[in-house]
Every structure is written in structure tokens, then in C-alpha cells.
Design a binder for this molecule. Structure first.
Ligand code: FBP
Ligand code: MG
Ligand code: MG
Length: 338
């Protein structure tokens, strides 16, 4: 019987900071409970029932709040001083003597809660500074660790603390995460792009041009046929791309409130970007690296493009093209013929 390295053992083995490792272990423990609750579904009551609106104006579902409460409840004694959550308008101080700052999207992909599609939790761990603003509104490359849990056919945890990306899968029988890969790498070549195409009419020209090129297939500038995916669950798209490559785009668009896209820098884009870059992929706001960006507010949004490095670089290049060349009518962009 081969020994399966548990999350706890692996964190000890790799010399991760013991306080950070302890926090990750606590978050993993709550994730096991959230996974069990989701697996039971609406036996007790609808987890997707609308219960309010968060500061971002997003509808809050019952499971958003259950997950938020559960993760917050595990934090006392873990070394966390400041907590920022998608579901809380302001910052919560946990332990005044804590040395860590935790940003969390307790339940990502909320529109999928009641339709049995994969959803997740995203978290970002930083050093606690004297104030929440200094802690969270600093460049994303200051993160100490980041990860997500995906509650899907398997419950999995993907994690980085700056030494690559590790992949753990939950054994529902034991309630423990087991290490399946300690060096996850984003495959460089893939033929899938993920974007909510219903927003096509709202996109900028560079984004339209890139998507047009994907749709042009083998006869177009990208020289290959593409498939499209849109799960409306950032964690599920991220997991697919980490496992088999591709590109994800949630750009800015012309809809009111979407001038900076939909996804939040502090607790969605920054942690996903850390994972992507650590796995050899790239993550930008369409043009510039997410890891160099500092949020202007706790719930500030940013356009978000991530995935296989070459694809993300191409989208950034389209943003640099002269206006005339990014017209979708500008067929073969000789510049990029691969
Ligand atoms: O419904 P849209 O506009 O396609 O947006 C889907 C995106 O919104 C999100 O659900 C936002 O996250 P939350 O569910 O945590 O608010 C992402 O997971 C997903 O990528
Ligand atoms: Mg989210
Ligand atoms: Mg959420």
C-alpha cells in the first residue's frame, strides 16, 4: 500500500512557514466540512437561496454566508490579524497580535450552487501590516501563499507558497487531503479559450480581435481550431487550465459597473495569478502582470486574463497593436503567424 502524503505532512516536509502552514491546515479543515455540506445538497434547505446583497452589489446565497462564517470561525489562534472577505464590506480584525492577513472568496461560482456545477473557495495569505490598507492594498507579488479549493466530482486543493504549485485531493472516507502532484505546470499548448461570449458586443477591440482569431480556427492567424468553455465558476476554469492549459478572459466591458471587469483583485485575481505564474503560466489585466498590481480598494475589480503563457502574451500584444491593425477585418496578423 503506497503511503499518501497528507497536506499536513507535506507542509511540514517542504519547510513552509509554520504559521502559514497552520493557517492553510485550518482552512483545509473547514473546506472538508464545506465539501460535505455541498455534497448533501439541499437536503436541509436550499444552499442557493438568496439571502441578501454584498458590498459589491452581488446577490448573496445561503452557502456564501455559511462558508464565510465557517472560514471566519476557524481563524482565532491561527495567526491571522486581518480578514477581508467578498461577503464582508469592511475588514475584520481577528487576533490583534496576529502576523498574517487573509483575503478570501469563501464561495466562488455562486450562480452554480443550485445546479450541481463545480464551485470553490479562493484564498490569499499576506503578512499583516499595521493597517489593513497596508496589508491588502499592496502589490499582489507580496502574497506569502495562495490557493483554491474546488468542490467538484473530487474536492481538490491547489496551493502555492512561492515554491511551485501542489495539488491535493480529498479522500471523503478519511476527510484528509492527499498529495497527488507537487509540481503542477500549465501545459503551454492548448486549444481552449474561456470567456462569456454573451458579452461580445460590450468588449474592446483587442479582446474581440483575439476571440475572432480563436473562432477563425486553422485558417486564421492562430493556425489551429479552438474549443470554447464557460463554466461561470472561476475556480473550475482555473483548475481546467492548470490541468490541461488554455486561456481565460474576463475583460473590462461597456456594461455599467463592468468598466474594470467583474472579478476582484484582492481575493480572486491575485491568488489565481500567483498560482498561474508559479505553475509557469501568466496572468495579466489584459496588458500588465496582475502580480505587479496593487488594488485601489478591498473589493476593487480588474480585467483578468490568465493561462498558457504564450496565449496571455498574445492578448497583451493585441492591446499594444495600432488601432487599424486590431480591426477584426485585419485578417492575417503576419506579426503573430505561428
Ligand atoms: O456570470 P458571469 O458574468 O459569466 O461571471 C462568472 C464569474 O463570476 C463569478 O461567479 C464571480 O465569483 P463569485 O461567485 O464568488 O461572486 C466567477 O466565479 C465566475 O468566473
Ligand atoms: Mg468569486
Ligand atoms: Mg464568492
Amino acid at each position: 500500500m503506497t503511503h499518501i502524503t497528507s497536506l499536513h505532512e507535506h507542509l511540514l516536509l517542504t519547510g513552509a512557514d509554520p504559521v502559514v502552514a497552520g493557517l492553510i491546515g485550518a482552512l483545509g479543515g473547514v473546506a472538508v466540512e464545506v465539501s460535505r455540506l455541498i455534497a448533501r445538497g439541499g437536503l436541509s434547505s436550499s444552499l442557493g437561496a438568496a439571502v441578501g446583497r454584498n458590498s459589491d452589489g452581488d446577490g448573496q446565497k445561503a452557502l456564501d454566508m455559511i462558508a464565510d462564517d465557517a472560514f471566519a470561525a476557524c481563524l482565532p489562534g491561527t495567526g491571522v490579524r486581518w480578514l477581508v472577505s467578498e461577503e464582508r464590506e469592511g475588514v475584520t480584525e481577528i487576533d490583534p497580535s496576529g502576523t498574517l492577513a487573509l483575503a478570501i472568496d469563501p464561495l466562488d461560482g455562486s450562480s452554480n450552487i443550485d445546479v450541481n456545477v463545480s464551485i470553490g473557495t479562493i484564498f490569499s495569505i499576506r503578512a499583516a501590516q499595521a493597517s489593513p490598507e497596508e496589508s491588502f492594498l499592496a502589490p499582489a507579488d507580496g502574497q506569502l501563499a495562495a490557493g483554491y479549493v474546488i468542490y467538484g466530482p473530487q474536492t481538490a486543493l491547489l496551493l502555492t507558497w512561492g515554491a511551485g504549485v501542489s495539488h491535493y485531493v480529498l479522500d471523503p472516507g478519511t476527510g484528509r487531503f492527499g498529495l497527488v502532484n507537487d509540481r503542477v505546470r500549465v501545459p503551454p499548448r492548448a486549444s481552449e479559450f474561456a470567456i462569456n461570449a454573451s458579452n461580445f458586443r460590450h468588449w474592446s477591440k483587442p479582446v474581440r480581435a483575439y476571440v475572432d482569431d480563436c473562432l477563425s480556427g486553422a485558417a486564421g492567424p492562430l493556425g489551429r481550431d479552438y474549443n470554447m468553455r464557460w463554466i461561470a465558476s472561476l475556480v473550475a476554469e482555473t483548475h481546467r487550465i492548470l490541468m490541461r492549459g488554455g486561456i481565460f478572459l474576463y475583460p473590462a466591458d461597456a456594461r455599467p459597473g463592468y468598466q474594470h471587469g467583474r472579478l476582484r483583485l484582492v481575493y480572486e485575481c491575485a491568488p489565481i495569478a500567483f498560482l498561474m505564474e508559479q505553475a509557469g503560466g501568466r496572468a495579466t489585466d489584459g496588458a500588465d502582470p496582475i502580480l505587479s498590481r496593487a488594488a485601489s480598494g478591498l473589493h476593487a475589480r480588474t480585467p483578468f486574463v490568465f493561462g498558457s503563457a504564450e496565449k496571455v502574451a498574445r492578448v497583451a500584444a493585441y492591446h499594444d497593436l495600432p488601432e487599424a491593425e486590431i480591426s477584426p477585418l485585419f485578417g492575417i496578423r503576419g506579426l503573430f503567424k505561428t
